[in-house]
Design a protein around this ligand. Structure first.
Ligand SMILES: *Cc1c(COP(=O)(O)O)cnc(C)c1O
Length: 403
């Protein structure tokens, strides 16, 4: 029996069974649904994309997987070459792993060991943001700031290795001044904090963070597992402010196979490159560089470039802004839009109770959480399909539950 994620299994509502999927649509036995969350934000080209399916099948006919310990293969090499050329600055060294959480673990381990290798044993702390989400593994939970994980703190005692600050420049400056000698890195979800409630903030904060990291010798990590590949309207936020370490996941493979990559710049890589064997990065997930995943990722990047996705995302953003123009309701606290993301934050969680069922009846799959009714749309969505999602959101307040 399946143990489902983020659910109290006792009394859990039965999940919808999907029997087919194509483009932006999910099919159940009795309904055709627009997937407004892109299967946890990763399925940017939609389902059953012919070209991605084909490269996966071709790779499968050669081999599905070989380990990267002592072996290598064309798909993994091509993907790292492509990323080296495609990613900004000198983010050139690709460490593969099987999921975003592990990619974050690798980044945090890199940052800690970077200073240990340099003989500095004081820099053991991480600076992170309030409301941060970086994954569900233990170190990722610790640098995250998710109330659902606070039971860990209760069980283990106060966090000693992580400091959280809000996305405000004075708090940032104060933290650097106070803790810089102990900090090895500052990790952020740049511009858009996803699972923490689709919270949006500005580039000026990140620019100031970059300066402070340089000034105080602290590594800057961008967790772009969610924001990468156009979600914020930028290709990567890293194109605007350059981190030392970048983590990509979710949409990396177009959502077809779980995979992540932690990309280091020359400075970080050189902190490991030496005659001392103990300076090596001791990490190696079994499925790192999986051949099917790397093939899918290469094709996904090609589709992203060929399809002029950034222009498309700007158009989708414009539609969302104009469709939400003038819409308000006393139960709504805020409406936020950025790139391929829209979030309606309500004042009381209660307001969204029953929304998923309502959306289902209207041909939309949605998965609001806490006070957040959101969509992370697939980029191949058409204007009428997008408007359908937005109308479903608005009608929930106007027609289904009038004040
Ligand atoms: C989803 C997510 C992760 C975790 O990725 P998984 O593949 O689920 O392990 C990490 N960081 C951010 C910002 C995410 O949105």
């Amino acid at each position: 029996m399946i143990w489902y994620p983020y659910e109290q299994m006792k009394g859990m509502k039965a999940p919808y069974e999907i029997i087919d999927a194509e483009g932006v649509y999910l099919y159940t036995k009795d309904q055709k649904l627009i997937d407004s969350v892109s299967s946890w934000w990763c399925m940017i080209h939609g389902y059953k994309n012919k070209e991605i399916n084909e490269v996966i099948k071709n790779q499968l006919d050669k081999f599905a997987h070989v380990m990267l310990g002592g072996l290598t293969h064309e798909a993994a090499a091509k993907l790292s070459d492509k990323l080296k050329e495609w990613l900004p600055g000198d983010l050139d060294y690709c460490f593969y792993s099987d999921s975003g959480s592990v990619g974050v673990e690798v980044a945090l381990k890199m940052a800690l060991q970077y200073y240990v290798n340099a003989g500095n044993l004081n820099k053991t702390k991480v600076l992170a943001l309030t409301h941060a989400y970086h994954g569900d593994t233990f170190k990722a939970m610790e640098v995250g700031d998710d109330e659902d994980y606070h039971f860990v703190l209760e069980a283990y005692g106060e966090k000693k290795n992580c400091i959280h600050i809000p996305t405000e420049i004075p708090a940032l400056e104060e933290a650097f001044e106070k803790y810089h000698q102990e900090l090895n890195c500052f990790i952020v979800e740049p511009l858009l904090q996803g699972a923490g409630g689709m919270r949006m903030y500005g580039l000026d904060f990140l620019k100031r963070a970059r300066k402070l990291c340089d000034e105080y010798d602290v590594l800057l990590i961008f967790d772009e597992v969610a924001t990468g590949f156009g979600r914020t309207g930028y290709r990567f936020v890293s194109d605007e402010v350059l981190p030392d370490i970048l983590v990509l996941g979710k949409a990396l493979t177009g959502g077809y196979i779980g995979h992540a990559v932690t990309v280091a710049n020359h400075k970080v890589y050189n902190g490991f490159y030496s005659d001392n064997p103990s300076h090596a990065l001791m990490h190696g997930p079994t499925f790192m560089g999986n051949a099917l995943a790397c093939s899918a990722a290469l094709k996904s990047i090609e589709l992203f470039e060929k399809g002029n996705y950034l222009k498309r995302i700007r158009e989708l953003e414009k539609i969302m802004i104009s469709e939400m123009q003038g819409f308000s309701d006393p139960r709504i606290a805020d409406i936020r839009i950025m790139g391929g993301c829209i979030c309606i934050e309500v004042k009381e969680e209660e307001t969204l109770k029953g929304y998923q069922e309502y959306a289902y009846k209207n041909g939309v799959f949605a998965r609001p959480f806490l006070k957040y009714l959101y969509a992370m749309i697939p980029y191949i969505i058409t204007e009428p399909e997008l408007i359908r999602i937005l109308d479903t959101m608005k009608q929930w307040f106007v027609k289904e539950n009038p004040v």
